[in-house]
Design a protein around this ligand. Structure first.
Ligand code: ARG
Length: 572
């Protein structure tokens, strides 16, 4: 695919004697379509040649007009600016050939080739409910992984399970006192939560439970069989639950090493910090002073010698470095943990760790619900499973009403996909640091900024293609240059932005950038489709070209949604 901005910079360099990169950076996208596709301000040249910029613009235009390349339609002078208008037919042909040829890899790049990127996401806590906050990291992390993968990076998807810490001592004691095997088999997380909550209630009457819990955790750390076996059981039943959700959402990990995995590697962290003389003792604890970073000290070992969350994260970084020699190590974790990651990264910096600047905390906001929108099973924790089920239920009703002829099975299948997509899209559509707000009327609105809207647009375009003879048309015989109307050109320009949208989304860790592009493509297409009856186009050549445009739109919408974890449906 042609990079017009680059081409233009090369074209201009011949007459301005400014270097290409300099020109490239000066080229702007005009604020209005009637001002052309690119513009070049002549102020810098004016300074250099000590001339009026408007005059320079005129002179350059004269010089360039004689050997205008094929891709350029017109050059116009507007005061101190030169405005460039692309040739719509050429543009259409070059872009559509690329999309139809590359199909599902259109927009993908190889800039990440040979580089390992670790994306850590989801990371729920064992024996605790999987709530709507964990869904944020899960869905966002998956999208970021896919987007980096599309750029050629080698992705390692890691789930840093919260499977360690003193709370497991409490859970072991609580389970031995009050656990019920039958209930555990039925609904493990509910049962484990029940005994854990009871432990805290009973603690008021029986403070010595605390000592028992500490003892149980000590035994767990010392790898005593009975404690390790119980802990493994809790971990295993929790994973079965989590995996059910991951399967439903189509989410996969390469690695489930939880915090426990790294607890054995703490001595390595301690000796590294000791070697660099960074450990200080304070009230029996070992810590790293971070005052030069304006941060509180990072505790590495507690006074009783047990490890903490931050030290396990440091051990994990050493491990990731050895195991994957990573280019980037990305943490998709909520904003409340910003300070924690700042401390961990500052310790690395202070220790002169080679990859100290290759770790990124990608934070996100909190999840809120419209008043009375959600009845919860458990106090005020909203489980992801309940959220998904409600979304699918509501979607089913809408699809049933819209498609009375659909079979029950197809309705159920479609509702599952659309309902999940509606939830995922709500998590991803805005800048990730913003809080999100669930309002069913809004997220299931088939006309709104929603997954159902995009999926419906896709399904509609597909159904037009199905009704046509497009599959029997020889693509190499299509005259794409016929797609030169204003409406077609502006739609094509949205498609042209897709590869850049992937790249910016990766750079900013913001799938919302990609989704904005997809939703603009869909809006632009719907406007076009409203005005141009594609199937009823009289001229056969033009009809074929328009069908090819439709096919390209389907390809790009489907690709974009797939990157953020949303699967399209053919009918809805
Ligand atoms: N398990 C933690 C939680 O649920 C998140 C873990 C984040 N990752 C990390 N490497 N610290 O809050």
């Amino acid at each position: 695919m042609i990079d017009y901005k680059q081409n233009l910079a090369e074209f201009l360099t011949k007459v301005t004697n400014l270097p290409v990169s300099n020109i490239y950076n000066l080229i702007e996208i005009p604020p209005q379509e009637n001002l052309g596709d690119y513009s070049f301000p002549c102020f810098q040249l004016a300074k250099e040649f000590k001339k009026n910029p408007a005059e320079i613009a005129k002179e350059i235009k004269e010089e360039l007009s004689d050997n205008k390349p094929d891709w350029l339609d017109e050059i116009k002078v507007a005061g101190p600016y030169l405005n460039f208008y692309l040739e719509p037919g050429f543009f259409a042909e070059n872009l559509l050939k690329e999309i139809l040829l590359k199909k599902e890899t259109f927009g993908h790049k190889e800039i990440g080739e040979g580089k390992n990127v670790i994306v850590e996401y989801s990371s729920p806590n064992i024996a605790k409910p999987f709530h709507v906050g964990h869904a944020f990291t899960t869905i966002l992390g998956q999208a970021i992984s896919n987007i980096y993968e599309a750029l050629g990076y080698n992705i390692i998807r890691m789930n840093h399970l919260g499977d360690y810490g003193t709370q497991f001592g409490k859970l072991i004691v609580a389970w031995r006192l009050w656990g019920d095997e039958t209930e555990l088999a039925k609904d493990p997380i509910t049962e484990l939560t029940r005994v854990y909550v009871k432990f805290h209630d009973e603690l008021e009457k029986e403070p010595e439970l605390e000592d028992e819990a500490r003892e149980a955790f000590r035994k767990l750390e010392a790898k005593e069989t009975a404690e390790v076996e119980l802990w493994q059981k809790f971990r295993q039943v929790s994973l079965v639950e989590f995996n059910r959700l991951y399967d439903r959402l189509g989410i996969k990990f390469d690695n489930y090493n939880g915090e426990s995995f790294y607890s054995d590697m703490i001595p390595e962290v301690v000796s590294l910090l000791e070697e660099k003389n960074l450990l200080e003792e304070s009230e029996g604890a070992q810590l790293v002073d971070l005052s030069e970073f304006n941060l509180n000290p990072c505790i590495i070992l507690k006074s009783d010698g047990t490890t903490i969350y931050a030290s396990r994260d440091l051990a994990a970084i050493l491990y990731r470095n050895q195991e994957y020699d990573y280019h980037k190590n990305i943490y998709v974790v909520g904003l409340p943990q910003t300070n924690h990651f700042q401390q961990v990264f500052a310790v690395l910096k202070k220790a002169n760790f080679s990859k100290a600047d290759q770790n990124v905390h990608v934070g996100f906001g909190t999840v809120k619900f419209k008043e009375g929108e959600f009845s919860t099973r458990k106090g005020n924790i909203i489980l992801l499973e309940d959220l998904l089920n409600q979304s699918v239920d509501k979607t089913r009703k809408i699809i049933e009403t819209n498609n009375p002829e659909m079979t029950k099975e197809i309705i159920a299948e479609t509702a599952e996909k659309v309902g999940l997509a509606a939830v995922s899209y709500t998590y991803l559509r805005n800048s990730r640091e913003k809080d999100i707000f669930f309002d069913w009327d809004e997220i299931l609105d088939f006309e709104g900024d929603t997954a159902p809207y995009l999926m419906y647009t896709y399904a509609r375009a597909r159904s037009v293609l199905q009704k046509s003879n497009f599959s029997s048309i020889d693509i190499s015989k299509i005259d794409f240059t016929l797609l030169n109307s204003e409406a077609e050109f502006s739609l094509l320009k949205e498609l042209y932005k897709y590869p850049d949208a992937i790249e910016s989304a990766a750079k900013e860790y913001e799938p919302s950038i990609l989704l904005r592009n997809i939703s603009q493509i869909a809006r632009s297409f719907n406007r076009y489709y409203h005005n141009v009856p594609i199937l009823k186009t009289d001229d056969n050549d033009l009809r074929s070209a328009r069908l090819a445009l439709l096919e390209a739109i389907c390809i790009v919408i489907q690709n974009g949604l797939k990157l953020v974890g949303i699967e399209t449906v053919e009918r809805m």
